[in-house]
Design a binder for this molecule. Structure first.
Ligand SMILES: [Fe+2]
Length: 243
């Protein structure tokens, strides 16, 4: 947590779709990078589900597996916030600030049922989906996208302001270690290319300048396979693809 010694503010990462990047001493780029990934993934599912033919079971299996990877990553992120970040901030917060933190946890709970309905919809499409199931899934995905967008915007503008008020560089680094404590090294071969997907070249260069060399190396090794599996799942994406 915060120390008595003030240190310089750091330039904050600000990615497309991000609601805010409050100034402060903690470099919270990984939080914003994760949020970018969740927003981007939901946009990708919303774009592809209505265009994926009902009878193409192989693509539905790839999409369902990809949904599981997305939902697991988001669940891990929200659980880490609920178990580590909000309690750490609660220890210092005023009543008004505590209300923001309580809202964060409540919003996590509102999103979970929508994610569960999406998971069920993908599984039904794998098993024996039809136009009606696909239509319901597309509608639920839009609801999940809107719910998550509201929550992430609230978190970025208000909760991250509290992070910058109460955390310094070292305190935030220690908290990030708790976030990643249960990750296996092999998880990085999916997570790093997932984090980099869809970034502009300027944002990618910014991110690469903030991560340690081993992460850059894993990204280079893992990206070709990741991109192939992404193309398989989002096979019917009709939007122009980035190079
Ligand atoms: Fe977050």
């Amino acid at each position: 947590m915060t120390t008595a010694t003030p240190t310089a503010t750091v330039p904050q990462l600000n990615l497309p779709g991000q609601a805010a990047a409050p100034a402060g001493r903690a470099d919270t780029f990984m939080m914003y990078l994760m949020h970018h990934g969740y927003r981007r993934d939901l946009d990708d599912f919303v774009a592809c589900v209505p265009l994926t033919p009902v009878a193409d079971r192989a693509t539905w299996r790839a999409l369902a597996a990809r949904w599981t990877a997305f939902a697991d990553a988001l669940h891990h992120h929200h659980t880490a916030e609920d178990e580590h970040l909000w309690p750490a901030l609660h220890a210092h917060s005023t009543d008004d600030e505590a209300a923001v933190l309580d809202a964060m946890e409540a919003e996590h709970s509102e999103i979970d049922p929508l994610l569960a309905r999406c998971a069920s919809g993908f599984q039904q499409m794998v098993d024996a989906g039809d136009d009606s199931v696909r239509g319901d899934l597309a509608t639920t995905l839009i609801a999940a996208t809107e719910s998550l967008a509201r929550h992430l915007g609230h978190e970025e503008s208000e909760a991250m302001t509290l992070v910058q008020k109460y955390f310094d560089h070292d305190g935030w680094s220690a908290l990030e270690k708790k976030f990643g404590a249960d990750m296996k090294p092999t998880d990085l071969f999916w997570m790093i290319p997932w984090l980099l997907k869809g970034l502009s070249s300027a944002d990618r260069a910014d991110v690469m300048g903030r991560v340690p060399a081993p992460m850059r190396l894993i990204g280079r090794i893992a990206e070709p396979f990741f991109r192939r599996t992404e193309r398989r799942a989002f096979f019917y994406d009709a939007r122009p693809q980035a190079a």
